[in-house]
Design a protein around this ligand. Structure first.
Ligand code: 3HC
Length: 278
């Protein structure tokens, strides 16, 4: 998601500093940016000159200190509260006092993340959808501590990027994931009960309900670890059994089969395509 968000910001004309954990992650991030913008050139959606300008706006680094002059920081590290809290403590240390610190969390508490900083009034959630360059919605989340001006500033910035912001409160799953994951989890439960096959469920929802992707293709795109994390967080808050993670999802995550990013999830991809998960 980090590379996708960096692309969105750079396409919007902003100078972007992308921080990665190490040199290998930095190269992967650069690769994502280059292939995504390269695909847009091939499809005639972007000129080579515009692509060069976009890539020229992004500086990649492994040093948090390079964020010192930024107005807004969007964190997109893995969905672990301890990790996010560590990152926010560091951001609070290196960023300007007036900088807004945003988390792209899918389901963790923005309030708890904000509590690590000495500026909870300037901490918001800014939740992009996958793939970030394509999906129009961005949820902008204010906590009870966030100053309304910070929420407004971020919502305006999001609109300026050509995206559609919705501003909401800090509840697990926010709006879209809270609704979407009840459905995705039911699809996994349906597969598990033998009621229908993976392919038939996906086909029913694309050809019948007109969705761009069936639930298993979509979960593989999102990442099964992220799906499990969203369900666990929403279930812990709502106690609604529709969000109790389906065992098949937990099993795939335990096996390290996380979807497209690992080459195999509900489906297999690339070199793994010979050994399908079903
Ligand atoms: N990065 C950048 N651009 C991409 C992309 C990617 N990974 N994948 C596709 N695109 C672009 C293509 O370049 C193309 O752009 P163009 O129209 O400007 O030429 C456009 O998207 C359509 O791509 P394709 O024609 O190749 O493929 P599809 O028409 O099948 O669309 C899709 C692909 C946009 C991913 C579509 O299948 C879709 O909308 N799927 C549903 C995605 C969804 O629901 N996302 C939300 C998940 S929930 C979430 O993210 C929340 C989180 O917290 C878990």
């Amino acid at each position: 998601m980090g590379a996708g968000i960096a692309e969105v910001l750079a396409r919007g004309g902003l100078a972007v500093v992308g921080i990665e954990i190490d040199a290998a992650a930095l190269e992967r991030g650069r690769g994502h940016l280059e292939s995504s913008t390269g695909r847009a050139v091939k499809r005639g959606k972007l000129t080579e000159e515009a692509r060069a300008e976009i890539l020229g706006r992004v500086v990649l680094s492994t040093d948090f200190a390079d964020l010192g002059d930024c107005d807004l920081v969007v964190e997109a590290v893995p969905e672990r509260l301890d990790l996010k809290r560590k990152v926010f403590a560091e951001l609070d240390r290196v960023c300007r006092d007036d900088a807004v610190l945003a988390t792209n969390t899918s389901s963790l508490s923005v309030t708890e993340i904000a509590g690590t900083t000495g500026r909870p009034t300037k901490v918001v959630g800014v939740h992009f959808f996958n793939p970030a360059p394509v999906m129009r919605l961005v949820e902008v989340i204010g906590t009870v501590l966030t100053e309304p001006a910070a929420v407004r500033r971020v919502a305006e910035l999001v609109r300026g990027l050509g995206k559609t912001p919705v501003t909401i409160g800090d509840r697990a799953g926010f709006v879209a994931n809270r609704l979407l994951f009840g459905y995705l989890n039911q699809a996994a439960a349906m597969l598990e009960s033998g009621h229908a096959t993976r392919d038939d469920i996906d086909t029913a929802m694309t050809a019948g309900a007109g969705l761009p992707m069936g639930p298993f293709t979509l979960m593989d795109l999102i990442g099964l670890d992220t799906c499990l994390g969203v369900l666990e967080a929403v279930y812990a808050e709502s106690r609604d059994r529709r969000h109790a993670p389906s065992p098949v999802l937990s099993e795939l995550v335990r096996a390290g089969l996380l979807g497209r990013k690992t080459g195999r999830g509900f489906y297999s991809y690339g070199a793994e395509a010979g050994a399908d998960a079903e």
